[in-house]
Design a protein around this ligand. Structure first.
Ligand SMILES: Cc1cc2nc3c(=O)[nH]c(=O)nc-3n(C[C@H](O)[C@H](O)[C@H](O)COP(=O)(O)O)c2cc1C
Length: 215
């Protein structure tokens, strides 16, 4: 029986074209193929944070999201799995990436499978995935898959030898192997779990009497 899952992809690249978005697209395409092989339909929503940069700052200052930012946050919080990709700036995730997750409700990612990715100029900063990005999502109680995917500038040069999908006769590169592995862990985790029950924004709030009694 075919099942379906909602997957959100967050990309925090600043340049256009963006190597972060390129990696996010590679991860999303590979996920699409691997879910299809498992007979899982995917509803994929891409959130390009660059488009929400001004609204994110306004949200921090005013406490209210614009309609489009609210939609972007909703795409993430109602997903069954998240692919989150940031450029590495000054040996950590970018400020834009952090700002987005600062305005997402703290418990919204509780129990959500997450695949992490990052791009950087140097391969020497790949561990930023482990010492910066992974702890952020652990704090949010997400379930981060063991393999996180890093792409340095030199990885893209190697990719140009073929399209890197391993199906064109080109030898799969290290990046392609890391993508396949990380996505396999992610699709297994998402497929094995029941679709998440997203919080109903119109649900009746906790009655006032109950709130008073708890204090
Ligand atoms: C302000 C700034 C700081 C950066 N710091 C690092 C860094 O510490 N380590 C690294 O490997 N690359 C660093 N880079 C390079 C970017 O991570 C790299 O170019 C990234 O892939 C850009 O992503 P984009 O093309 O999606 O915007 C930095 C770039 C900028 C603009």
């Amino acid at each position: 029986m075919t099942t379906s899952r909602r997957i959100a992809v967050v990309s925090a690249g600043l340049r256009q074209p963006s190597s972060t978005r390129l990696l996010a697209d590679r991860l999303a395409d590979t996920a699409g193929r691997q879910f299809a092989a498992r007979d899982v339909d995917v509803d994929l929503r891409v959130v390009e944070l660059r488009e929400h940069a001004h609204d994110l700052t306004n949200h921090l200052l005013s406490g209210f999201p614009s309609a489009s930012l609210e939609q972007a946050i909703g795409a993430v919080t109602t997903a069954d799995g998240l692919i989150a990709v940031s450029p590495i700036f000054t040996a950590s995730y970018s400020g834009l990436f952090k700002t987005f997750f600062d305005v997402v409700e703290a418990d919204a990612l509780d129990g959500m499978p997450v695949l992490l990715g990052a791009t950087g100029g140097t391969e020497r900063h790949s561990l930023a995935l482990e010492h910066a990005m992974r702890p952020l999502f652990t704090y949010l109680h997400a379930i981060v898959v063991p393999t996180a995917v890093y792409a340095a500038t030199s990885d893209w040069g190697a990719e140009n030898a073929g399209d890197g999908d391993g199906g064109d006769g080109a030898v799969p590169t290290g990046l392609t192997r890391r993508i396949e592995r990380g996505v396999r862990e992610f699709t297994e985790l998402v497929s094995d779990r029941e679709p998440r029950q997203a919080a109903d924004p119109f649900a009746v709030p906790t009655p006032f009497e109950q709130l008073l009694a708890e204090n």
